[in-house]
Design a protein around this ligand. Structure first.
Ligand code: SAH
Length: 379
């Protein structure tokens, strides 16, 4: 042990790396490069992702001098839960405080077996990839105040760690605040870690990324060779309307977006799900539904999730469509042989619906907590 410690002291003086951002193979390489035995990596991973330590002192299988070195160089960075709103359906919105005091929301959504006292059969967590968002979609509360900053990989992992106490996660969706493809490296590192067998070990097919259409992200994701699920927020099937609803369309118009989706599917053989939020009087006509069906059929195997708009404070003119409109959309898509589902937001009572995680309410809940001013990022 002494030998290990001496070698550590010499070499472990680089800038600190958060422990929750290091992938299993990287631990091994790093330890071996420092003259430590490879099995230490397994002990470290076991402590982090089986014993769920939040302080290296709890890693009692490790020699003390190694623990000290880890403390200095690989700090564990849990987020502090400062509020938890629970809806009657069991959905919980957690408000987490990051190391710099910024607040991040994540939502935990349980599904129970039918019948009295039914057991929890699924637990989906919706995580944020950024604080605020620079994309500026008209109907989305997350971007209403612009981007504050991106989250680091360990902060995204910290969201998952903070939700552990509410049950064992079965599904993860990156559909909280932020645009994952605008924070690609950190988001992907977090997801790879969450997916790792020696990490939290959540199956890749149970992890879904959602993008508003940041085109370069598609080829990057395809090149990873991973089995993550991909959703694409479409919301309009013609450029004129999509330009208006989603400024990202002005940079990457539909022709480019659909080509990227098609290439992604052809390369990965993986199904893309298009999300279409239906907004009364805006994108809800039969012609819109037909245009959507035509667009989606440009991409082999693609599916559609229809989502009735959740009203947002900053756009009182945007309203939830009546039920027959949702049915009409469903009919048109089905007639066009597009596999379609109507998805309803959960936890509306606590404003926990995906895409509705908002800083402003977070600030309200966290009364008295100091938060930084919001920065705008221009694209
Ligand atoms: N930036 C990514 C991740 C956010 S996912 C993306 O755009 O895909 C959140 C999903 O909820 C997106 O499909 C988003 O368009 C949708 N959404 C946002 N605001 C909404 C609202 N008010 N009602 C219904 N869906 C909304």
């Amino acid at each position: 042990m002494k030998v290990e410690a001496e070698r550590n002291v010499k070499k472990m003086d680089a800038a600190a790396t958060p422990a929750w951002s290091v992938l299993p193979d990287e631990w091994k390489e790093m330890l071996v490069a420092r003259g430590l035995r490879a099995f230490r990596a397994d002990q470290i991973l076991h402590s982090l992702y089986r014993d769920y330590i939040t302080d290296w002192d709890q890693a009692t299988t490790l020699p003390k001098d190694l623990r000290e070195a880890l403390k200095r160089e690989f700090p564990i960075t849990p987020a502090e839960e400062v509020a938890c709103d629970e809806s009657p359906d069991g959905t919980r919105k957690l408000l987490l405080k990051m190391g710099d005091g910024e607040l991040v929301e994540t939502v935990v959504i349980p599904v129970y077996a039918k019948g009295e006292g039914g057991e929890m059969v699924r637990l989906t967590q919706c995580v944020s990839s950024q604080i605020g968002c620079a994309m500026g979609c008209a109907f989305c509360a997350s971007g209403a105040n612009g981007l504050v900053r991106s989250l680091r990989a360990d902060e995204i992992v910290a969201e998952v760690m903070a939700a552990r106490k509410y049950g064992t996660l079965t599904n993860l969706v990156v559909m909280g605040m932020g645009e994952p493809f605008a924070n690609y490296d950190e988001t992907m590192r977090a997801l790879k870690l969450i997916n790792a067998g020696k990490g939290p070990n959540l199956g890749a097919r149970h992890i879904t990324l959602s993008t508003c259409g940041v085109v370069p992200g598609f080829a990057r994701l395809a090149a990873e060779g991973l089995q993550f699920e991909l959703s694409v927020s479409l919301h309009a099937a013609d450029d004129r309307l999509r330009d208006e609803l989603m400024p990202v369309n002005r940079r990457w118009p539909l022709a480019e977006l659909m080509a990227a989706c098609r290439d992604y599917t052809l390369k990965t053989k993986r199904v893309i799900t298009f999300e279409y939020t239906v907004i009364a009087g805006v994108n809800d006509s039969r012609a819109c539904a037909e245009a959507l069906a035509r667009r989606v059929r440009e991409v082999p195997m693609a599916k559609v999730n229809l989502i009735p708009l959740s009203p947002v404070e900053h756009r009182p003119d945007f309203r939830t469509p009546p039920e027959p409109t949702m049915k009409m959309f469903l009919d048109v898509l089905m007639k066009n042989h597009v596999q379609t589902m109507i998805r309803r937001s959960r936890g509306r009572e606590s404003q926990a619906a995906c895409g509705q995680l908002r800083l402003r309410s977070a600030r309200r809940v966290a009364k008295g907590l100091e938060t930084k001013g919001k920065g705008e990022e221009s694209r």
